[in-house]
Design a protein around this ligand. Structure first.
Ligand SMILES: *Cc1c(COP(=O)(O)O)cnc(C)c1O
Length: 391
């Protein structure tokens, strides 16, 4: 029987066979009893494998439509594993607005091992093609990108990768396997920061890499075990549990985001809204606009006043939680980027990123509306939001 992904994340094929509880037991053990010497027990040492991680990886593989999944201690650990499948002298093509941690990993660490990187605008397929060198091995993309939600054509990038016998890896953190399915679109590897929507409760740091390619899978397993970056049993157990509600969480956040986009698009205080749901290319490779958007205040000097007047969102880095999270790229994710470079890339002080959670959309909108009016000194009376909060 083939199951929908909604059912797949809930149904536990091991229930009644390996255990009878609704949730699997937590195998809180670093080592396992080996009755038969040299008998090849399924589990021997928890870095190499443990039941909770195996159960999680089974679910992650199914969600992404892949045969092999590997859970890592963070998104960056998963991305490191993908990049460490390469060797000295190899060349990688990266987006110029790649996730900051991925940029730091490549720039400050992997270049020391003579892996070469070109950072380009991957939204133009001809730039990808032009960046290919004799030693290019991997094209790495992120779509939508952060914080300006630029869209790269996954099918187009996959065609280029195939034509030149390169591997295509896609960071699918923002869309989740439910919104976008890169392996189906021709990618070879999908990576996730499972810290975000997959976990959804802002409680654990985790990552994953998924593939259908056995050679890549063997390399990813070797790195997971050999560099010791596997996700712990405890966090694997937690993540597998959180995955059960991914469809309802993500779908509700997506619906809330549509309403918030409609509100922001007509706000006088907003200069621009960045929403993947407006991109035809994005919608041709994804099922909807996702649950994260960006917006720029018309007057960036009002940024702090806007934050001061907000009640509901958590103001922080990260995304994908049940709570709405407002991020300020200029002072958070991109604080290390020099101001001139930030400005040139349009990451100004007035730019915000909103990861929309599960609060009632009308209350989020009224909170945002109040904060815009307050920050821009327009007369207003506080609507329902603080009353809800203080009552
Ligand atoms: C957060 C994030 C990462 C890094 O994941 P960690 O779990 O923080 O290590 C990678 N890519 C994207 C797009 C992210 O948002």
């Amino acid at each position: 029987m083939s199951l929908s992904r909604e059912t797949e994340v809930i149904f536990d094929a091991h229930r009644g066979i390996d255990y009878d509880s609704a949730n699997p037991p937590l195998y809180d053990s670093s080592t396992f009893h080996q009755k038969v010497l040299g008998g090849g027990a399924q589990y021997d040492y928890a870095r190499s494998g443990n039941p909770n991680r195996a159960l999680l990886e089974e679910k992650l593989a199914k969600l992404e439509g892949g045969q092999y999944a590997f859970a890592y201690a963070s998104g960056i650990a998963a991305i490191s594993a993908v990049l460490l499948t390469l060797k000295a002298g190899d060349h990688v093509i990266l987006p110029d607005d790649v996730y900051g941690g991925t940029f730091r990993l490549t720039e400050q660490i992997l270049t020391r091992f003579n892996i070469e990187f070109s950072t380009i605008d991957t939204t133009h397929l001809n730039e990808i093609e032009h960046a290919i060198q004799d030693n290019t091995k991997l094209i790495y993309i992120e779509t939508p990108s952060n914080p300006l939600f630029k869209i790269t054509d996954i099918r187009g990038a996959a065609d280029i990768a195939k034509k030149h016998h390169l591997t295509l890896a896609v960071d699918n953190t923002f869309m989740t396997p439910l919104g976008q399915s890169p392996l189906t679109l021709g990618a070879d590897i999908v990576v996730h920061s499972a810290t975000k929507f997959l976990s959804g409760h802002s409680d654990i740091i985790a990552g994953a890499a998924i593939t259908n390619n056995k050679v890549i899978a063997d390399a990813l397993y070797l790195l997971q075990n050999g560099t010791g970056t596997a996700l712990s049993a405890q966090d694997s157990w937690t993540l597998a549990k959180h995955l059960k509600t991914l469809p309802v969480r993500f779908n509700q956040s997506v619906e809330n985001t549509k309403q918030i986009y409609d509100f922001l698009a007509q706000c006088d205080e907003i200069a621009e809204v960045y929403y993947p749901g407006n991109s035809e290319l994005h919608l041709s490779q994804s099922s909807h606009g996702g649950a994260v958007l960006g917006f720029r205040l018309k007057d960036e000097t009002k940024a702090q006043a806007f934050v001061d007047a907000l009640s509901l969102p958590l103001v922080s880095v990260s995304l994908g939680g049940v709570e709405t999270i407002l991020s300020h790229p200029a002072t958070m994710s991109h604080a290390a980027v020099p101001k001139e470079v930030r400005d040139a890339r349009n990451i100004t002080f007035g730019l915000f990123r909103l990861s929309v959670g599960l609060e009632a959309a009308d209350e989020l909108i009224s909170d945002l509306n109040y904060a815009f009016k307050e920050a821009f000194n327009e007369s207003t009376t506080r609507q329902t939001t603080t009353q809800h909060i203080s009552s």
